[in-house]
Design a binder for this molecule. Structure first.
Ligand code: PMP
Length: 360
């Protein structure tokens, strides 16, 4: 077996231990004579998985009984629609921060459903950056404030969360469980699993229970948070196998020492890469404002697009895969989520030095 260093933005690298464990149970899950994928989602084996996944997520996020965890499908993109559909009532306004490509998509979708105030817009800023607290023009009595805690394409991350009266709704798709946060300060948190907590196909929603009451009966049941909450995410057949992997990843996070430990490892990985960028005498140029640099997605440019293409190609040949920046912005993006090993960052830093020597 030869695993490469996978810098893909998502679906992204999973802990090898998790893959090996899932493989060992794939054909015959715990002696049941069938795969978990072949079992009823209402049977005792799957029930144990589902219950543990919910409990582990709540514990890791420090959430109490006033929160409920939902497993949804449709990705974070589905939540772009479901959040306003459920939380934004007629005649009300929702505040949104537009700090990059994903925030912009959330806004576009919300505008199809209700009234949106863009409270701050740094989406076109160069270098890419997050808004400062004083830049936000909030609506008094807003339904909620929507933020994107990590802009995956631009490589920016919110280092502190806005302090607002309205419920805070966060798309945490690309940095969920990568650092300790006061999660109970949020009204709703959502994240596609495929970067930090599992495979594609399941979307985590953590919602404060009082917000469930906002879901109108006119919304089709399948789109209503309240229905999913009442049925413990078993209103319809959930993505059982993806949830099983999320459960294994939450166990793995515990084995690593929890969120404090992971955050320290993540920060050190990112710092090492940014130091390589900053120490290159301008050969590599970071695209994000230094104070907002993401610990998850490290974005930078080379002197020309030709060199960037060569960099990606040669890195790939050296088993450093998935470094091409998002097609909308170009450049290089190294995604280094929780499961991305430190040794892979070291390998990339060596490669960067060597590439510059050959092509500087
Ligand atoms: N939000 C963010 C911050 C993302 O990084 C992504 C995926 N890259 C999405 C939303 C969209 O997620 P999905 O493909 O699960 O709909």
């Amino acid at each position: 077996m030869s695993r490469v260093y996978n810098f893909s933005a998502g679906p992204a690298v999973l802990p090898e231990e998790v893959l090996v464990e899932a493989q060992s149970q794939l054909v015959d899950y715990k002696g049941a004579g069938m795969s978990l994928m072949e079992m009823s989602h209402r049977g005792k084996e799957y029930d144990a998985v589902h219950t543990e996944a919910v409990a582990n997520l709540k514990r890791l996020m420090g959430l109490g009984d006033d929160f409920t965890i939902l497993f949804q499908t449709g990705g974070a993109s589905g939540q772009f629609a479901l959040v306003p559909l459920n939380l934004l009532g007629a005649g009300q306004t929702a505040d949104y921060i537009n700090a990059g490509s994903w925030g912009a998509k959330a806004i576009k979708e919300a505008k199809n459903i209700g009234t949106v105030n863009v409270a701050a817009d740094t989406s076109k800023a160069k270098p890419s950056r997050m808004p400062k607290a004083g830049e936000m023009k909030l609506t008094p009595g807003a339904s909620y404030l929507h933020i994107t805690t990590n802009e995956t394409i631009e490589g920016t991350q919110m280092k502190s969360m806005p302090d607002v009266e309205a419920p805070l709704v966060a798309d945490m798709s690309s940095d969920i469980l990568s650092r300790p946060l006061n999660f109970s300060k949020f009204g709703l948190i959502y994240a596609g699993a495929q970067k930090n907590i599992g495979p594609a196909g399941v979307t985590l929603v953590a919602i404060r229970k009082d917000l469930l009451e906002r879901s109108s009966e006119k919304i089709p049941a399948i789109f209503r948070y309240k229905v999913h909450a009442a049925e413990n995410s078993l209103y319809n057949t959930p993505p059982c196998f993806a949830i099983y992997l999320v459960m294994l990843v939450t166990r793995w996070i515990d084995q690593q020492g929890g969120l404090d430990k992971l955050a320290a490892l993540n920060a050190a990985k990112a710092a090492h890469l940014y130091a390589a960028v900053d120490g290159s005498g301008g050969y590599y140029r970071g695209t994000a404002a230094v104070e907002d640099r993401s610990d998850m997605n490290v974005t930078f440019r080379l002197p020309s697009e030709e060199l960037e293409e060569k960099f990606v190609k040669e890195a790939s040949a050296a088993k450093l895969k998935g470094l091409k920046g998002h097609r909308s912005v170009g450049g290089i993006r190294a995604s280094i989520y929780n499961a991305f090993p430190r040794a892979g960052v070291d390998a990339l830093v060596s490669f960067m030095r060597e590439f510059q020597q050959r092509n500087g």
